[in-house]
Design a protein around this ligand. Structure first.
Ligand code: COA
Length: 258
């Protein structure tokens, strides 16, 4: 497969999946989502049992592509959010166990990608956030659904309503990540975890994942669709397009509550 956005390294029964556009801070656009969907399909066929996802460079992923979103109308925004939700749901419903090794910025869609994984380890250098509110939009790749399930409604609302960034340590305290590691220890520890998981039975791992998902922690396509509908509504306001345009123009947005 000719990959543009990712690098895949298969190691026996687990895989290292690197977001490989460091010069773009691994921003998530339509092409990247579609490529990820194809990779996920391949992992199913190859019976991969564990996947470590990380980002090359200083970012895990700096979010969805704001410049692309600034050019979208409501319908296109709904389609983009539905696509992101569908692909991340594909991680949640995948038989393999996904381990996010969060090396740097995990903002917006980048944070949502980590949330869709089963396990999350963070480098001390990681920085998390759902900053969409500052752009006049809401999280659109499942963040409104997964963040409250993982850290509880109070903390999720604080982070979604303020858009504040938070550190790896704060992520640990909130239960968003299970470990904070020195930067050079992040990948070795994530790989160790993947190797340990890959020693287990693949079908039993998949059943265990399905069982935990069914405990009420899981997100369904209906949750994602509801989020996509609300995400699209942001673009029908005046403040949504203004927030996105302001980012592209490198200025502060002027919100008029309309
Ligand atoms: N979408 C599109 N472009 C993005 C982006 C995004 N989510 N995040 C960063 N970029 C672009 C920047 O516009 C900049 O482009 P330029 O080189 O053409 O000027 C380039 O990536 C590098 O980013 P820069 O801001 O110069 O790097 P930095 O190290 O100073 O800051 C961040 C890094 C991640 C803190 C900062 O880029 C940022 O806040 N990005 C937006 C995060 C965000 O709101 N994500 C949620 C989107 S839904």
């Amino acid at each position: 497969m000719n990959l543009q956005c990712f690098k895949v390294t298969i190691q026996d029964q687990w895989a290292l999946l690197e977001m490989a556009r460091p010069e773009k801070l691994n921003v998530i656009d339509e092409g990247m989502l579609l490529e990820l969907e194809t990779i996920l399909k391949g992992f199913r066929e190859q019976k991969i049992k564990a996947v470590v996802i990380t980002g090359q460079g200083k970012a895990f992923a700096a979010g969805a592509d704001v410049a692309a979103m600034a050019a979208m109308d409501c319908k296109q925004a709904e389609q983009f959010s539905s696509l992101g939700n569908r692909v991340f749901q594909g991680i949640e419903d995948h038989p393999a166990i996904f381990i996010a090794a969060v090396n740097g910025y995990a903002l917006g869609g980048g944070c949502e990608l980590a949330l869709a994984c089963d396990l999350r380890l963070a480098s001390e250098k990681a920085s998390f956030g759902q900053p969409e509110i500052n752009l006049g939009i809401i999280p659109g790749f499942g963040g409104t659904q997964r963040l409250p399930r993982i850290v509880g409604a109070a903390k999720a609302k604080e982070w979604i309503f303020t858009g504040q960034r938070f550190s790896a340590q704060e992520a640990l305290e909130a239960g968003l990540v299970s470990r904070v590691l020195e930067p050079e220890q992040l990948l070795p520890e994530a790989q160790k975890l993947a190797e340990e998981v890959a020693k287990k039975s693949g079908p039993i791992l998949a059943l265990a994942k399905q069982a935990v998902s069914g405990s009420g922690m899981g997100v369904t396509p209906a949750h994602g669709q509801q989020e996509a509908t609300l995400f699209a509504k942001c673009l029908a306001t005046e403040d949504g397009p203004e927030g996105l345009k302001a980012f592209v123009e490198k200025r502060q947005p002027v919100f008029n509550d309309r």
